[in-house]
Design a protein around this ligand. Structure first.
Ligand code: PLP
Length: 219
């Protein structure tokens, strides 16, 4: 503190004038205590502030029924879709993180419905997969993804030598509010060993979590 005071005094030109010196010292003390005050506040507040998201996420996992696992907070639906696709790629090709594109066995392809949110397109572009490799699965007249078409398209892409790794279903599509048939899609994903992500961005996550409403109690 003394050193800081001195350096502030030094900036005044070292005029030895008692009033001025006192004022400068006071000013300096104010500044230092303001800094220390913020730091103390940081120390006192950091623990609860840092643990709040952890506590919230643990509770959310319990609500869903997950006994273990981890979570991440996302600022919105678009970023959540991107995170999901990145997680899927990492799970399937962990070497990608260190070695990049050369670690991949071929051109990756991802699948989503024709009515899914355009952020999936953004994810395909941002991840270097390319929007041509986001395959849009046809929907029925109410906007639900057709699982039989998903199965057919996955086989078609495999036949072209491409590498399917990710399927996104939507529980509440942006325009029609359609709930994709999650169980039938999950069966297709299991058959082809693909990551299954559900985009639940319209406030109906509770229905998925609790297995009621449009889910027909099947989750
Ligand atoms: C189904 C669906 N997914 C993703 C998004 C994107 O969410 P956000 O705007 O929070 O990025 C929306 C937004 O309307 C949506 O309806």
């Amino acid at each position: 503190m003394q050193q800081v005071s001195q350096s502030v005094l030094h900036q005044t030109g070292g005029v030895s004038e008692p009033d001025r010196e006192t004022k400068q010292t006071e000013k300096c003390n104010e500044r230092v205590s303001a800094v220390l005050g913020v730091m103390m506040c940081g120390v006192l507040m950091a623990c609860p502030a840092a643990s709040l998201p952890q506590v919230t996420m643990r509770h959310m996992r319990e609500v869903i029924g997950y006994k273990a696992g981890d979570s991440i907070l996302a600022p919105g639906g678009s970023i959540s879709n991107l995170y999901a696709a990145i997680a899927a790629r990492h799970k399937m090709f962990p070497e990608y993180k260190k070695k990049g594109l050369m670690a991949l066995p071929g051109q990756l392809v991802m699948f989503t419905s024709l009515h899914s949110h355009y952020s999936l397109m953004g994810a395909a572009a941002a991840m270097g997969i390319g929007t041509d490799n986001l395959i849009e699965v046809p929907v029925d007249e109410k906007g639900h993804m057709l699982p039989s078409e998903l199965d057919r398209l996955i086989q078609e892409e495999k036949g072209k030598g491409k590498v399917p790794f990710f399927v996104c279903a939507t529980a509440g599509t942006t325009v029609m509010g359609a709930f994709d048939p999650l169980h039938a899609i999950a069966d297709v994903c299991e058959k082809h060993k693909l990551w299954f992500h559900v985009d639940v961005s319209t406030g109906r996550g509770w229905e998925v979590a609790e297995g009621r409403g449009m889910m027909g109690g099947r989750v």
